[in-house]
Design a protein around this ligand. Structure first.
Ligand code: GLU
Length: 259
């Protein structure tokens, strides 16, 4: 299988912005193992800005563009250093791909990106994709990595996009505040009721929330790519996903459905 895994800032880092070492180590180990089992793995990783904030000891995530872009420049470097170090332990090679919305909208650049990523997969590397935050202004940015993950997954015709998050799936209400909230195991159609469950923003260090995950699901489903939302707290969950155990929420695209 060709699997795209999107991991968010709040899963990669502690609330301080510093890297969650245990979690990232486990994530890399599990992904390396999944790759050893014969799957192709593409990682869409956030965390550049968050890690820059942690590394430069800023009290909170900045709001102004130059500081955000400066944080991304520092943090992206740290992020790739960590992935390179951890995946190397399992003899895997990482490759950094930084994109903006323009790279995906422009036909030639989009084609170049697809050719490169497919070649990397053929060569056995693990592409690690993020938005090119140091140059992406609001007008050209994809804006959030849930959407970026979906655009990447669709571009390379992944079999599955797994969005690892600080929430383990789509709930009927916000489980942090509503004790009656129920996890929805499968979504086959993005009805207005489902879309209304999107709610608002996520944590202070990340960008997304459920709304961006649902729009990512919409992009994937429209192109016949399945998407899952699962908890990033235990990266071993990826084994459950691949072995078909019931975890998280699966957005099943029409193409992938059994008759
Ligand atoms: N590209 C941003 C970063 O690496 C994250 C965007 C997102 O989390 O949606 O910090």
């Amino acid at each position: 299988m060709r699997i795209a895994v999107k991991i968010g800032t709040s899963t990669l880092t502690h609330a301080t912005g510093r890297i969650n070492i245990r979690r990232v180590e486990t994530l890399c180990k599990v992904l390396a193992d999944i790759k050893n089992a014969g799957h192709e793995v593409i990682l869409i990783s956030s965390g550049a800005i968050g890690m820059g904030v942690g590394k430069l000891n800023l009290p909170e995530r900045p709001q102004d563009m130059p500081t955000k872009q400066a944080m991304a420049a520092v943090g992206q470097c740290e992020l790739m250093y960590v992935y390179d170090k951890l995946f190397s332990e399992y003899h895997h090679v990482v490759a950094q791909i930084l994109l903006t919305g323009e790279d995906l909208r422009d036909e030639k650049r989009h084609r170049n990106f697809i050719n490169t990523i497919l070649r990397l997969l053929e060569l056995g590397a693990i592409p690690v994709v993020n938005e090119n935050d140091t140059v992406a202004t609001e007008e050209v940015a994809v804006g959030d990595n849930d959407t970026l993950g979906a655009l990447v997954a669709v571009s390379v015709k992944a079999d599955l996009l797994i969005v690892l998050s600080d929430i383990d799936g789509l709930y009927t209400a916000d489980p942090r505040t509503d004790p009656d909230a129920r996890l929805i195991p499968e979504v086959r159609e993005l009805t207005p009721e489902i879309l209304a469950m999107g709610g608002g923003r996520g944590t202070s260090l990340g960008t997304g929330g459920m709304a961006t995950k649902l729009s990512a699901a919409k992009l994937c489903m429209a192109e016949g790519v399945d998407m899952m939302i699962a908890s990033g707290a235990r990266p071993e969950t990826l084994y459950d996903v691949l072995e078909g155990r019931p975890v998280g929420t699966r957005f099943t695209a029409e193409k992938g459905r059994e008759a």
